[in-house]
Design a binder for this molecule. Structure first.
Ligand SMILES: Nc1ncnc2c1ncn2[C@@H]1O[C@H](COP(=O)(O)OP(=O)(O)OP(=O)(O)O)[C@@H](O)[C@H]1O
Ligand SMILES: [Mg+2]
Length: 397
């Protein structure tokens, strides 16, 4: 994903400059923060701590911002931020100065969305927007549906498909108060985000190394140790900065999201290339799942970037999913992947601290996980270099 973090500057009086800018920024931005003025932004710790931020400042009749102010800001922030001035007109001299700063551009309101998109593409590979890992968020529709198990299994299956020297995959456990991800792989959890809260300058290469638990030469895990840390103590900007720092190292990063919604879950999802929504097959669980699915769609996540996975499905000897018609009725036609219930295989893998792809590669549940891995490969275009497809139907027939 593009690693752009956008800061929007607008006083937000009646014309809603910020709202317009947020709409323009949305396709290229992972996390967007709004402030009232350039001077406020210059002293904002979120801006100062951001890695290569993009600043969008709009000039509107009700909220005028002069080009001279923008030029001065761009010059001052050169080397840290790239500034985009959105205005209908600009004097030729101001334009020259803006461009000469080497860290700013002017775009017009009428064509702003397209111009910003083109600008982001031009900056691709440069300092501002790097080609980085594809991100897949695993979002549980409720607790205990097997989200963590599926993240681990999908990651290990995908890592097995990487050619030697073809990059690596990471799993990031965002259950920051202590997840179970490390236990499944019998690893020591080392991703202690509390270490850097309030001290973002510590987030360097060395600390990232300390946070890494290596499962294999192709799969790294960032898993959270049990910790007494309240959600309000977690600064999302630090989490985003951490994701930015690791995203140049991997082909693919899978997020294990917690079931409770955090104020920054939306930003993580918007920054993801694909979302795997996990659930289970009983009726209350399906209702929860349809609720979250509707929310994802409202957020504008395209349908072909969402895979709905029903885990722990009961299947008969022929591999047919029990109550399939009823499940599909509750899901209102939503296509989904099924991963069957197989307590023996899952427990055996957990007991030896290894994924199913290693302990039971030819099992039927292993085949279901491979279908999920296929979807991720297609939706992210990573590994096989394919383009996104519509969501596939389940492996369990
Ligand atoms: N397909 C499956 N068949 C049998 N057991 C499973 C399956 N998937 C997961 N489990 C078991 O279900 C339990 C919950 O799984 P897991 O911890 O992955 O869920 P979760 O959604 O991450 O839970 P939490 O809300 O606690 O984070 C575990 O004991 C796991 O071994
Ligand atoms: Mg979990």
């Amino acid at each position: 994903m593009a690693t752009v973090q956008c800061f929007i500057v607008g006083a937000d009086r009646e014309d809603g400059c910020r709202r317009l800018l947020a709409g323009i920024a949305q396709p290229v931005s992972r996390a967007t923060v709004s402030v009232a003025s350039l001077s406020a932004l210059g002293g904002d710790p979120r801006f100062l701590q951001a890695a290569r931020p993009l600043v969008l400042v709009g000039d509107m009749p009700a909220e005028p911002v002069t080009a001279a102010e923008v030029v001065a800001f761009a010059q001052e922030q050169r080397g840290h931020a790239f500034t985009v001035y959105v205005a209908d007109t600009i004097a030729p001299d101001d334009y020259k100065q803006l461009v000469r700063s080497g860290a700013a551009e002017w775009i017009q309101w009428g064509s702003a969305a397209q111009e910003l998109h083109d600008l982001a593409a031009r900056l691709h590979g440069a300092d501002l927007v790097e080609r980085t890992a594809r991100i897949v968020s695993f979002l549980p529709s409720k607790g205990g549906v097997g989200n963590t198990t599926l993240v681990v299994e999908a990651a290990s299956c995908l890592a097995g498909r990487l050619k030697r020297g073809g990059g690596r995959i990471a799993v990031l456990d965002l259950n920051l108060q202590g997840g179970t991800l490390a236990d499944i792989l019998d690893l020591e959890p080392r991703f202690d985000i509390g270490e850097v809260m309030g001290r973002p300058e510590r987030l360097d290469e060395q600390l990232i190394g300390v946070f890494t638990s290596r499962h294999s030469d192709r799969l790294d895990v960032f898993a959270s140790p049990a910790r007494r840390i309240g959600p309000e103590e977690i600064d999302p900007q630090i989490v985003f900065a951490f994701i930015d720092s690791i995203s140049t190292r991997y082909e693919l990063i899978l997020f294990d999201l917690p079931q409770h919604w955090l104020s920054w879950t939306d930003s993580l999802i918007k920054g993801s290339d694909a979302v795997v929504l996990t659930g289970s097959t009983n009726v209350p669980a399906l209702r929860k799942l349809t609720g979250k699915l509707a929310y994802l769609k409202e957020m504008g996540v395209p349908e072909n970037r969402i895979a709905t996975v029903l885990n722990g499905a009961e299947v008969d000897l022929l591999g047919r999913v029990a109550r399939r018609a009823e499940i599909e009725r509750v899901l209102n036609g939503q296509r989904c992947l099924f991963v069957r219930r197989d307590g023996a295989a899952v427990d055996e893998a957990a007991d030896v601290g290894r994924p199913l792809s290693e302990t039971a590669p030819s099992s039927r549940i292993g085949r279901d996980v491979r279908a999920l891995a296929d979807w991720i490969e297609a939706a992210t275009g990573r590994l096989a270099g394919t383009e996104p497809q519509a969501a596939a139907t389940g492996a369990a027939a």
